[in-house]
Design a protein around this ligand. Sequence first.
Ligand code: ADP
Ligand code: ZN
Length: 690
Amino acid sequence: MPTATTPDLLQLLHSTFGFREFRASQQAVCEAATAGRDVLLVMPTGAGKSLCYQLPALARGGTALVISPLIALMDDQAQKLTSLGLQVGRIHSGLDRDSSRQVCRDYLDGKLQFLFIAPERFRVPGFGPMLAKRPPTLIAIDEAHCISQWGHDFRPDYRNLAAHLQALRPAPVIALTATATPQVQRDIVSELALHNPAQFIQGFRRTNLAVEVVEVSKPRRTEMARKLLRDGAARPAIIYAPSRKDAETIATELNQDFPTATYHAGLDSGTRERVQRTFQTGELEVVVATIAFGMGIDKADVRTVLHMAMPASVESFYQEIGRAGRDGKPSRTVLMYSFADRRMHDFFLERDYPPTDTLARIAAALRPDPVHADDLRIALKLDLDVFGPALDKLLAQGAAQIDMGNNVTRTEQTGAAWRRSYDAQVSFRRGQIDAMMRLATGAECRMAALVRHFGDVSDAQRPCGRCDFCSPEQSSAQSFRQPTTDELATMQRILRSLSGGSHSGPFSGKSTGKLHTELFPSGEVDRKELDTLLDTLARAGYLTLESASFTAEGGREIGYRRAVLTHEGNEAADGEPLANLQMRDTEDTEPRGRTRDRSKEASARKKAAADETPLTAEQKALDAALRAWRSTEAKQLGKPAFVVFGDRTLRQIVLDAPSTLQELETISGIGPAKIERWGDSLCQVVAAHV
Ligand code: ADP
Ligand code: ZN
């Protein structure tokens, strides 16, 4: 085995690739791979991953086998390497048999430096053994996250790779991907059976981006976007909207102030091309897009990226804000969200992933003999909008088969194998929404939180100094002010309560709910105010706010936040004066006392659901408890029960079982006044029954 020294690698970097130096982190990866170690490499798109297998491949000599899931990716890489004067072969379904045969001959003759194949190729009998006749000297697996069912585009053929790779060892295996949470990383290592791999998870920190998150109700978001982009230095800008319709409305509004257009998949290709081109040239200053935008665009000077709603995952969020500041100059991203966004995502999730029980009912009715889908639906007494998506999911799981005439049959999978994988998929999606929500509501440096999400734990220790958490005074979407004397005194009380008189760490912390009931038993300070004070203390470094959860009876995960004192916080609790306190100005954020922000769709669904769904035994108990509680409260007021709240609201509380004030607040019929007065007490009633 050739052992290349770093000067050799540098020499190859100059002579073959024409690059002057390694980018940060490339060198260590190249050294490990060249030395024959298995490698897991996670770096964001554009960071320069390809070089990390190509250079070691050349240094080791022989042929490198590259497995890639997409023909376009393969062709692109192959073309680049060919233009560098290297010998490259490709085998994929887009090529005719003769050229594939020729490539195989070239491979066996040792003429190739790189051979690109799709993972499906191993299904062709004899292909694996052919490769094994002259084993490669390095194996690269591109888009390695496809191997994980937790990854967003799971490819079953990746699963079988490990078995085939076995015969091609001892070549080192380099797994590359731009997107892998720690869970996906573990999956890659175990599914590919990597041997003690050198792991490089790096490059996610974007030092020129100021990431801001602001809680703001939907009706006020367009106005906020206008304000944020008013300054010419904030443009060019990309705005991400949750739907095509929203994109169009926002673009029409903003076009009165700056040249603005929409971009989404519903536009014809001519229009899309024109929008991209005029944005590129600067004629258009703002593009309001749905997620479809960005694939084809490589505009380096985007100064602002705005999100008009919460994306469905941190992965998409990161990718979208990543389009700001490619030129390395300071740029800003602002995410506008509210708890209503979470509900919207939950609604879509429920719509797209019907209950497992519904799938099971259909699966149980399937027979080896074909039955027409409509007959099956009628026999099962299912509505089309329930049956359709459920059958789709069974088909996707391979648990049912359908022919051209819409006749459905059972498969070997119809038994129970699909259930686990379906449930895993649903909880994966839910987990993505949870993670995004945690990021939005988190009380820590935004960039550090992002970097940690992608698994770069060591880099996540360092605050960025630019985001709305690190640097509130520079925030553009929200304003901060000095605390009042009263607020200062309350913050001291909070710190003292957390230190609990103890003068030495470590501090175990308290749930914010407990803190509230202990400190303000009669509600002098409401939960929202307390949250603002805690947030202020966290920004100044006196405490940290951790997301925690417990599993309630019935298996439901209930989330809460825990405040934990830092060393500085403990000193301040002893009487050190507080410094650097920046209070978030609530005027600027969620307006309280207005109509709640919610889409028509979701509220219509909820109304219908509230009236129809039969209650479980647990819900019935909660229903009874809430009614009893309501009549006690009403008696105290000397008013009829509906003054507290009506039956429909009560029903919604039963269905939603809100565990926090924020959740409670999103229920129609519960305004800020009611939250103030009864919020805690209501949450307690709910908690006692869930
Ligand atoms: P990724 O696969 O991580 O998305 P690529 O491998 O496509 O990224 O690299 C992105 C760009 O950076 C390419 O144009 C590549 O030529 C360039 N590049 C990679 N390494 C270097 C380097 N050391 N010096 C200069 N440019 C580089
Ligand atoms: Zn920060």
